[in-house]
Design a protein around this ligand. Structure first.
Ligand SMILES: Nc1ncnc2c1ncn2[C@@H]1O[C@H](COP(=O)(O)OP(=O)(O)OP(=O)(O)O)[C@@H](O)[C@H]1O
Ligand SMILES: [Mg+2]
Length: 367
């Protein structure tokens, strides 16, 4: 828990320089198109591992077009035990993103997850349920990681082993290679751990959606695929052996592919609305409500799991696709969660019911 936080941005997108202090709780930022609302939230999202809420592929896009100094974004939490500073920038030589904790460079970005849990909802995520299955699985991976930070290590190890296996298969160097056996065993070991984390995450999220998130659909999840069928039939040791066998027998067919034919990287993640409709068939507003209920549940679970960590939730364009009733219910939920929440909107009017219970900022007046 912290009392206040200070945001400092330098040469970050539209901000040549910004230094602002905000209280703990719900912060509502409003202002006209292009003022810098999403840029501010994006800077906060970069204080967690990954590419941030805009999923930017190259760090150079953060560099302010007309500034010569390198971009950096910093947040300083004022806590009872002193300040906690998280800073991110790009390495001048490699252009890789770096994260510093109290001025010390983190070796692994995912280490920040023990200190801070950060989730977001953006207007582009409204397409999540009608988009391809890869985007949905990535979303599910991200929320599982948000609950179980160790999950990321298993995903990284699984993908690395799969890439190395593909290399052997492509080079046709697998027939007598015990290295290929080793990589398949590594994939299977991590796949079992990943499946367990995923199932635990689903059970926690569904339970939170049922019991704690008020006014939003009680969505349910399902995970399907060849690997999931294996898990259903057998468990742990047996499933691991069956998966290794499956990989072994598919070596020749996998050799022309970019990844194995089956595995946790092929899992189909689907969501069903409480009215029984598969999320991809729901209306845009219903899909948004499902997304909100999932992210609220994930945020509540993360807060319960990591009691000492700072929990933050960013919602860009909070009014998009939510009717007035849903929006007001969301505001009530957010206030009751007692976490750090950041909301944006173009119209000051949408935040009128927040006056007195949140920190409402007119960016046109302060920038
Ligand atoms: N690298 C950059 N250098 C300078 N300006 C940039 C850079 N990247 C984006 N911008 C500008 O930042 C401005 C603010 O963008 P932002 O997305 O934060 O606006 P917004 O307040 O969220 O607007 P909207 O209400 O339309 O969503 C835009 O005018 C955009 O062109
Ligand atoms: Mg915006």
């Amino acid at each position: 828990m912290f009392s206040n936080l200070r945001i400092s941005l330098e040469s970050f997108r539209s901000y040549k320089s910004l230094n602002m202090e905000f209280p703990f709780g719900v912060v509502c930022l409003h202002g006209k198109n292009g003022i810098g609302k999403t840029n501010l939230l994006e800077a906060l999202s970069l204080l967690s591992p990954g590419r941030g809420m805009r999923k930017v592929a190259s760090n150079s896009v953060f560099q302010n077009n007309s500034a010569n100094t390198p971009w950096r974004a910093q947040i300083e939490f004022i806590t009872d035990s002193g300040p906690l500073r998280i800073m991110t920038t790009a390495n001048a030589a490699s252009n890789r993103r770096e994260i510093y904790l109290n001025d010390v460079l983190l070796k692994k970005h995912s280490d920040i997850a023990d200190l801070m849990s950060l989730n977001w909802i953006t207007p582009t995520m409204d397409k999540l349920f009608s988009e391809g299955k890869t985007a949905r699985r990535r979303f599910f991976d991200r929320i599982t990681f948000s609950i179980f930070p160790k999950y990321a290590d298993h995903i990284i190890s699984y993908e690395k082993a799969m890439r190395e296996r593909q290399y052997l298969l492509a080079e046709n160097r697998y027939s007598s290679s015990s290295w290929c056996d080793c990589l398949e065993s590594l994939m299977a070991e991590n796949a079992i751990a990943i499946a367990e984390y995923r199932m635990r995450a689903i059970s926690l999220i569904e339970s939170e959606i049922r019991n704690c998130v008020n006014g939003f659909p009680k969505a349910t999840f399902s995970l399907t695929g060849e690997f999931e069928n294996l898990i259903k039939e057998n468990f742990c040791q047996k499933a691991k052996e069956s998966f290794i066998e499956m990989l072994k027998t598919s070596r020749s067919t996998d050799s022309g592919k970019s990844g194995a034919k089956a595995g946790i990287h092929k899992t189909l993640f689907s969501v069903t609305h409480e009215n029984g409709q598969e999320a991809s068939l729901c209306s845009t507003g219903e899909q948004k409500a499902i997304l909100v209920s999932i992210i609220l549940a994930v945020t509540i679970v993360s807060k319960k799991m990591e009691k000492d960590a700072i929990t933050m939730l960013l919602i860009d364009e909070v009014a998009a696709h939510l009717d007035d009733d849903k929006r007001e219910r969301l505001f009530d939920e957010l206030i009751s969660m007692k976490i750090s929440v950041w909301l944006t909107g173009t119209d000051a009017g949408i935040f009128s019911s927040m006056l007195g219970r949140a920190h409402v900022v007119d960016l046109e007046k302060v920038l």
